[in-house]
Design a protein around this ligand. Structure first.
Ligand code: ANZ
Ligand code: ZN
Length: 760
């Protein structure tokens, strides 16, 4: 018997799989397409975190399982390497992002090979490849043509830290930049937006039919935030309320510091007040999101409450947002906590509501969902393909001129002026107007990374097409994605943007479905020995070290054994040792057993039961329990072999087949050692089980009391050995009960599987 040597086995099979293009289905001829997609990774040059490997392995196991079940599995891989995360890393290490991208790419693909994923290496996609971002730009233009891309000056989140760019609301966590943790400021800038709000209702309604976990659907529902209410006039000021029946308790009005009516008010109040207002409004622009204390100022202006007919004061305060509802509210401090806090702070009246008088108003539905902010004042992204002409206004770059190449420049670092570094490159900026051919200027912002990753799954199936973003026939055949696996942290944004673009493609007549991901499954997160992994703690698990020491098969199996896949788990060095031993034992048993054709009824039953359990578990992504069943099965085989020194080949073959999705290299090696099959284990059939063999056989046990036959019981074979079990069953029998009642049992004699005698 040869010693188990993962490094030899793994590289050998990886080469063979690549040579045979084992994981590259024929996208046009495939009969039973199954699109198995893992969320787009965005690795840095430091390489993949064990968390990425965790997600990737979980996805790969599902793909391998489906492939063995006979489906044409397409499992692509690529790299989301444009954008702020990659650029910030390049900034940190002082290397040009274009150069860095190549280094990261090589490292990433190398790791992906090493871990033994069954991905189609013919169809990789990198977002910074001009062949890809040409189509990202094309998509921008289609949205512009449909009126779904527009420009707006608006107060936006700006990170003055290392990012020096506008951030989407979602990239601001507790007032801090998600990427570099600097406190975010508000700035007024002209920006490109996508009108995702036009799709709010569809995005919400479709959630009812997609197979996603309730948790993710709830997150999306909350983010879209549908709200029904009334718009009520307080003289010229309109407020939005969801509680019109509390209008009698509205003791003051609050308008946002950005509300246009402030100009009107300034015309009507004295100059001292105007000065105060200007000062307050100016200050509130700089407000940082984390300072949630409500501050405000009395505007000097009053309006009439339509229910009480009383005049109430109008305040300006920063807890009212301009871009929701009407940017103005009626404050009902008796009912609303924020209003109450504000009223207490500024000693405003708090009055009870009970009247329930409904004022007149206009019924409206509002959504909390905001339009998608696309512009980024950065270098490392696809230039937004638009041209500004003084005469003709904004014009899209003609499609034949795509891609607008990102110039390779030395000064790529963010400027912090509210302009992208591209704005300083005259040869880039100055161009001709596509309409009047006069002098014009290019847009110099690049688009948000979330746009790159919102449509990549359309490209995977179309990489050889350079004249379209994606091929319609391929899309018809392969989409929507059958199984999508990724992190729960992307439950809202990425998934929402991908859904939105899919709907737009449908409206353009390019596809005939609304939803891109039939099934989405969110995996859990890993920790290390009880603590969150972080660089500062120095407890990051570098997958390469473990692959070197134990092999990819052990790492994969261990990661999946850690805990339920949707809950993550605690990575422990002692735990991976245990799996390594298990893998070694399997290798030893299978490769050293002598094979004979000798079926055993008990083994048959256990084998069938194991196949059933493992199949069910993998189908539901319960990988940890699937592995536990395989381990139990191994133990039974091992015991049997130790006792009888022979083992029918079929039992080992099943063991190896069941392990194939988890430990693909070792399984391949052993499969060829014990079968004559020349094709790969990964395209052989997933084992089937026989329902009939699952039923345990039973035996009839005669029950006596003082040696006299009183009853007989049918007992399952598995319980037949345990006298206690049989005794318990006998005592439950009503026929036996009456003989035992009131008597003391002196002795119980059991002849295994035959007779049980109570002596009373
Ligand atoms: C009076 C009232 C009484 C309100 C009460 C609530 C409770 P959702 O459900 O999120 O739509 N509101 C309206 N526009 C706002 C804005 N631009 N900025 C901040 N707050 C705003 O919430 C709607 C409620 O939030 C509205 O109903 C309004 O306060 C406030 F007991 O009006 B309500
Ligand atoms: Zn022009």
């Amino acid at each position: 018997m040869k010693r188990y040597s993962p490094s030899k086995i793994e590289s050998k099979w990886q080469k063979k799989w690549a040579k045979d293009k084992l994981y590259s289905p024929d996208l046009d001829k495939a009969k039973t397409p199954f699109y198995n997609l893992m969320m787009f990774p965005y690795p840095s040059a430091e390489g993949l975190h064990v968390g990425n490997i965790y997600a990737q392995t979980g996805s790969d196991i599902y793909g391998r399982f489906k492939r063995m079940q006979g489906l044409d599995v397409f499992e692509p891989i690529g790299l989301d390497g444009f954008g702020i995360h990659s650029e910030n890393y390049a900034l940190k290490i002082g290397v040009h992002p274009m150069k860095q991208a190549k280094v990261s790419e090589e490292k990433f693909y190398d790791q992906m090979h090493q871990i033994g994923t069954g991905v189609d290496w013919q169809r990789t996609v990198e977002t910074y490849d001009p062949k890809y971002y040409k189509w990202t730009q094309w998509i921008f233009i289609q949205l512009f043509k449909k009126g779904l891309a527009y420009r707006k000056k608006s107060p936006v989140n700006f990170c003055p830290g290392i990012c020096k760019t506008v951030l989407a609301d979602e990239q601001v966590i507790d007032g801090k930049c998600e990427r570099c943790q600097t406190s975010v400021e508000k700035r007024d800038l002209e920006q490109w937006f996508f009108k995702i709000t036009d799709y709010a209702e569809r995005l919400l309604n479709n959630l009812s039919f997609i197979n996603w976990s309730e948790r993710v659907k709830i997150a999306q529902r909350n983010w879209i935030g549908r709200s029904e209410g009334l718009i009520i006039d307080f003289d010229q000021i309109k407020v939005f309320t969801t509680r019109p029946e509390t209008t009698d308790g509205a003791t003051f009005l609050v308008i946002s510091p950005e509300h246009p009516y402030i100009n009107e008010i300034k015309n009507r109040v004295d100059s001292a007040k105007v000065k105060d207002i200007d000062q307050f409004v100016g200050k509130s622009k700089l407000y940082k999101r984390e300072g949630k204390t409500k501050s405000g100022i009395f505007s000097g202006f009053y309006v009439r409450n339509p229910v009480t007919n009383k005049n109430i004061p109008v305040w300006i305060a920063d807890y009212v947002l301009m871009d929701y509802g009407t940017g103005a509210i009626m404050a009902v401090p008796a009912q609303d906590a924020r209003d109450k806090e504000f009223a207490k702070k500024y000693e405003l009246p708090i009055e009870k509501t009970s009247l329930k008088a409904q004022p007149n108003g206009q019924k409206v539905v509002n959504y909390h969902l905001r339009d998608w902010l696309i512009s980024r004042q950065r270098y490392w992204g696809p230039p937004i393909p638009m041209i500004y002409c003084e005469k003709c206004g904004w014009q899209p770059v003609p499609e034949k001129d795509l891609p607008v190449l990102l110039p390779d420049v030395k000064d790529w670092k963010p400027l912090g002026t509210g302009k992208s570094p591209l704005a300083s490159i005259e040869s880039f900026v100055n161009t001709k107007c596509p309409k009047c051919k006069g002098p014009a200027k290019r847009e110099t912002d690049v688009s948000d990374t979330f746009l790159d990753s919102a449509w990549y799954f359309f490209r995977y199936i179309s990489t050889e097409f350079d004249d379209v973003a994606f091929d319609k026939n391929r899309a018809k055949k392969w989409l929507p994605v059958h199984m999508y696996i990724g992190g729960a942290e992307h439950s809202v944004l990425h998934l929402l943007y991908a859904r939105f673009l899919t709907m737009v493609f449908k409206d353009m007549g390019l596809i005939d479905f609304d939803e891109p991901f039939t099934r989405f499954y969110a995996h859990g997160l890993l920790i290390k020995e009880g603590a969150k992994m972080s660089k500062s703690k120095g407890n990051i698990v570098v997958p390469d070290d473990y692959i070197r020491k134990y092999g990819a098969d052990t790492l994969r199996t261990y990661l999946m054994f850690l805990g339920p896949f949707n809950q993550g788990g605690d990575f422990q060095d002692s735990g991976i040792e245990g799996i390594y031993k298990f893998i070694n034992r399997v290798y030893k048993l299978v490769s050293s057993s002598k094979y004979q054709v000798l079926s055993d009824k008990g083994l048959d039953r256990i084998m069938n039961k194991t196949i059933k359990d493992v199949t069910d578990d993998i189908e539901h992504l319960r990988y940890n329990t699937a592995i536990a069943h395989i381990m139990e099965y191994y133990n039974v085989l091992h015991k049997f072999y130790t006792k009888y020194k022979i083992l029918d080949t079929k039992y080992c073959k099943t063991l190896v087949l069941l392990l194939a999705p988890f430990a693909p290299h070792m399984a391949e090696e052993l499969y060829h050692a014990i079968t004559k099959d020349t094709k790969s284990i990964h395209i052989s059939d997933w084992p089937a089980y026989d329902e009939k063999l699952l039923v345990e056989d039973e035996k009839t046990v005669v029950i006596q009391v003082n040696g006299k036959l009183r009853d007989s019981l049918v007992v399952q074979s598995s319980k037949i050995k345990a006298q206690g079990e049989v005794e318990k069953l006998a005592k439950e029998s009503s026929r036996i009960k009456k003989y035992l009642e009131g008597n003391k049992i002196k002795k119980v004699i059991y002849v295994e599987g035959k007779v049980l005698n109570f002596v009373v």
